[in-house]
Design a binder for this molecule. Structure first.
Ligand SMILES: [Ca+2]
Ligand SMILES: [Ca+2]
Ligand SMILES: [Ca+2]
Length: 231
């Protein structure tokens, strides 16, 4: 017997040769391996020069690949760091598996919150998983958590059981706070000369851009007809 994967008489075939009595039957059962190998032929031959032979084909299905959402990833305050998106197979593959991956923004903004990517992920033979790395860009702005979309396509030596997953960038910045210095104005002085210092807690971003923020100034004892200016 020669060729690929097979069993004989319902059990594992452990030798390439054997003997049969005249009139006996040989039962050959095709079995699939646990590893993806496409199709393989097994050939059983009885006799030599005038013998008979039969060919059996064994086909194993390719692995299935899926992408899953990772835990929420902390954004960081500067530079970039890598969030790992897990892609897994349902079992080991005997051959390399390749799949294209695309990372785009849902509520996250490409180039601001993360770097978009189009790449090909390789899962080596014998492995069951690999990661899609995504560069996450840190900042110090208070924002909502934001979402990315990871999409798999064009698998090689595998099929896709789950091609889409979302990932969350967890905002780790506190909301800005507003503070004012105490202000005392003596009765009878020129009120228009009084100055009030207002401080915003959000630090300026590294690129020197202004940090947008909204705040409210409340006057405890407003005077009718008086104009208050906030710069
Ligand atoms: Ca941050
Ligand atoms: Ca951000
Ligand atoms: Ca932020």
């Amino acid at each position: 017997m020669s060729g690929g994967e097979y069993a004989i008489d319902g059990g594992d075939f452990t030798t390439a040769t054997g003997s049969v009595e005249p009139g006996a039957e040989i039962a050959v059962r095709a079995v699939s391996s646990l590893l993806y190998s496409g199709s393989a032929e097994a050939i059983v031959t009885v006799g030599t020069a005038d013998g008979v032979s039969a060919t059996f084909t064994v086909t194993t299905e390719p692995a299935t690949a899926r992408v899953d959402s990772p835990p929420p990833y902390p954004e960081g305050n500067s530079g970039s760091s890598q969030m790992m998106i897990p892609v897994s197979l349902n079992g080991e593959s005997a051959v390399d598996v390749a799949v294209d991956d695309a990372v785009t923004g849902l509520t996250a903004t490409a180039g601001v919150d993360f770097q978009p990517a189009n790449d090909t992920l390789m899962i080596p033979a014998g492995s069951t998983s690999a990661n899609v790395p995504v560069d996450i860009l840190g900042d110090v702005l208070d924002e909502p958590d934001e979402q990315l979309l990871i999409q798999l396509s064009n698998p090689s030596a595998a099929s896709l059981s789950q091609a889409l997953a979302t990932a969350t960038i967890h905002d780790d910045d506190d909301p800005p706070t507003l503070s004012t210095a105490d202000l005392q104005v003596l009765e009878g002085t020129n009120r228009s000369q009084a100055g009030l210092t207002v401080s915003l807690s959000v630090p300026e971003p590294e690129d020197g851009q202004q940090t947008p923020a909204n705040f409210t100034v409340t006057l405890q004892n407003p005077i009718l007809g008086e104009t208050v200016t906030v710069d």
